[in-house]
Design a protein around this ligand. Sequence first.
Ligand code: AMP
Length: 288
Amino acid sequence: MKVIRSISELRNEIKGRQQEDLVGFVPTMGYLHAGHASLLQKARVECAIVVLSIFVNPMQFGPNEDFDKYPRDEERDLMLAKDAGVDIVFLPQVEEMYPHPSKTQVIVSDITTKLCGASRPVHFAGVTTVVSKLFHIIQPDKAYFGLKDAQQVAVITQMVEDLNMPVEIVPCPILREEDGLAMSSRNVYLSAEQRKEALVLSRTLFEAEQWITTDTPVLTADIRERIISRISASPLAEIDYVEILGYPTLQSIERLDIQNEEPIIIALAVKFGATRLIDNIIISIKRK
Ligand code: AMP
């Protein structure tokens, strides 16, 4: 496994590959866990060369967000990467990615204003800009993204389609802890009590899936209210949003009995203390 910190070295390394070798790319912010490893393993199966990037991208954090205290552990990350069979780890410093103030941004409109985009206004412009840069540097054939960040998958897929980027976006399922909590680098911020209370998120999403598939409620507002009341029952939970939308269009849906071919997403963001957790479930509604 090669650890590369400079863009030019990475370009040279990738240029030297056999033309027919597929390059699979997994962009991350590090502090890796089994969720990241599942993306790397999928890339390993499908591609001859697996590139992992670890870069905490300042551009996607708002001024009062957790950029400075985002967890970092390079040594541990490199061990996990090696175990997952990664060929190249790209670990640039901020100065390597942004040597001077950038005047160019890649912005996807509309779908970036909903869900996390509503409470994190600069977030997606930072994500699409850095992912575009990484795609240009690495020129992967396939790039792997987790549905833990389902809106991000929708936004990146839209960007790739709109800008004809020659890369296939591969969405990967959410990995959860045994008790249901979606794996996240930010889970380390949680106190033991918050960690326990945070289980309300996955539990409520799975319950909602049950209501929808067995009780067949029709109005999404009713389902949303039920979810909000379940989560609000936890004294430590402070809801940012609970939304039920079409996926991946993120269009509003009022009723579930419309002739809608599109699956729905129930997406939520909830704070426990200073830690904001997101989770979601995507459900195909097949009405008779
Ligand atoms: P991050 O380091 O949080 O930016 O995540 C890097 C990639 O790993 C993103 O595509 C995430 O969606 C994905 N990821 C993070 N957590 C999980 C998880 N629990 N299951 C699956 N993918 C995940």
